[in-house]
Design a protein around this ligand. Structure first.
Ligand SMILES: [Zn+2]
Length: 305
C-alpha cells in the first residue's frame, strides 16, 4: 500500500497501435496514481524518427482517452527535448565516463534496438569494449578523420564512481531492495551521431524531469533498470521506486507484439468491444493462464517501454 501521492508515467513509442500489453502497462501506472491521488503522466518515446509516425501518436492518445485512462498535464514528446539529453551527456563526458565507439552503424543500431525491445532487455552478449581500449592517438586520429561514432558509457569507470547502487522494487508482497548490476548490459550506447540520446539516457533524464516517483513497466525491461539506476546516480537525479509487472502473453506464453494487429485496441474497438471489456481482458491476460483460449499465437516481442 502506497500512502504518498505517486507520480507515474506511461511511455509508449509511436511505432504502432496500442495493444493489450500496452493497456496492461498503462493501467498499472494509472491505478497507482489514481489510488494515491497522485499524477499519471504520458510520454511519447519518439526518438527513433525513422520508425515513429504522427498517426500512431494521435491514435495512442485517442485510444487512451477512449479507454478512460486519462493523463495529467501535457504530453512529453522526447523529440522536442533533445537539449535535455545533450546536457546530461555533457555532464557524463565531464565525469570521464563516456568514450566514442567507431563500430559500424549497423552494429550499434542493432544493439540500441535490443536495449528497448528484447526479451528481458538482453539479447546476445554485451559490447566487447573494442573502442574503449583504443589508445589516445588512435582515438584522436579517428575523431579528426570525421569517422561516424556513438558515445558509450564506460561501465567500469562509472561503477568506480558510484559504488553499489540499489533500488526499491514494489513487489506483489511489498517493497524489496534490489542491488543494481548493470554488468550484463555492458558499455551501453548513450548517443549516436544523428541522435543525441538513446533509450537508456532519455528515460533516465525524462523520469527525473517529469518528477516520476514510481516507474511501472513490463518485466521485460527490468534489466534496463540496472543501468538507469547507475545513470541516475552519476547525474545526481532522484531515485524513483519501480514496479515491473507481468506481461500480457498469448496462450503459448509469448508476449504480444505491435505487429499483432488482431489484438490492437483499434481492432478490438472496431469489433465492437467496449473499454471495460478491453481493460478486463488486459488484466486477465497478464495472469498466468488467465486468458486461456482467448489470445492467438503471435511472434515474440517487447511490449511497452
Ligand atoms: Zn566500438
Amino acid at each position: 500500500m502506497i500512502a504518498d501521492p505517486v507520480v507515474t508515467r506511461f511511455a509508449p513509442s509511436p511505432t504502432g497501435y496500442l495493444h493489450l500489453g500496452h493497456v496492461r502497462s498503462a493501467l498499472e501506472g494509472w491505478r497507482a496514481a489514481r489510488a494515491s491521488r497522485g499524477r499519471f503522466l504520458l510520454r511519447l518515446e519518439d526518438i527513433d524518427q525513422t520508425r515513429c509516425r504522427d498517426e500512431y501518436a494521435a491514435a495512442i492518445l485517442d485510444d487512451l482517452v477512449w479507454l478512460g485512462l486519462s493523463w495529467d498535464g501535457p504530453v512529453r514528446k522526447q523529440s522536442e527535448h533533445l537539449d535535455d539529453y545533450r546536457r546530461a551527456l555533457r555532464r557524463l563526458a565531464e565525469m570521464g565516463v563516456l568514450y566514442p565507439c567507431f563500430c559500424t552503424r549497423r552494429e550499434i543500431r542493432d544493439e540500441v534496438a535490443r536495449a528497448g525491445g528484447a526479451p528481458h532487455g538482453l539479447s546476445g552478449s554485451p559490447y566487447p569494449g573494442t573502442c574503449r581500449d583504443l589508445d589516445p592517438r588512435q582515438r584522436a586520429e579517428k575523431l579528426s578523420s570525421g569517422a561516424d561514432y556513438a558515445m558509450r558509457l564506460d561501465l567500469g569507470r562509472a561503477l568506480a564512481l558510484t559504488g553499489a547502487v540499489e533500488w526499491v522494487e514494489e513487489g506483489e508482497d511489498g517493497p524489496l531492495r534490489k542491488l543494481a548490476d548493470p554488468t550484463p548490459l555492458g558499455d551501453v550506447v548513450l548517443s549516436r551521431k544523428d541522435v543525441p540520446t538513446s533509450y537508456h539516457l532519455a528515460v533516465t533524464v525524462d523520469d527525473a524531469i517529469q518528477g516520476v516517483t514510481l516507474v511501472t513497466r513490463g518485466e521485460d525491461l527490468a534489466m534496463a533498470t540496472h543501468v538507469h539506476r547507475l545513470l541516475q546516480t552519476l547525474l545526481g537525479l532522484p531515485t524513483p521506486r519501480y514496479r515491473h509487472h507481468e506481461l500480457v502473453t498469448d496462450t503459448a506464453g509469448r508476449r504480444l507484439s505491435k505487429r499483432d494487429r488482431a489484438l490492437t485496441i483499434r481492432s478490438l474497438r472496431e469489433s465492437g468491444m467496449g473499454p471495460a471489456e478491453i481493460i478486463a481482458r488486459a488484466v486477465a491476460a497478464a495472469r498466468p493462464g488467465g486468458a486461456s483460449g482467448a489470445l492467438d499465437p503471435v511472434p515474440p516481442q517487447s511490449s511497452g517501454r
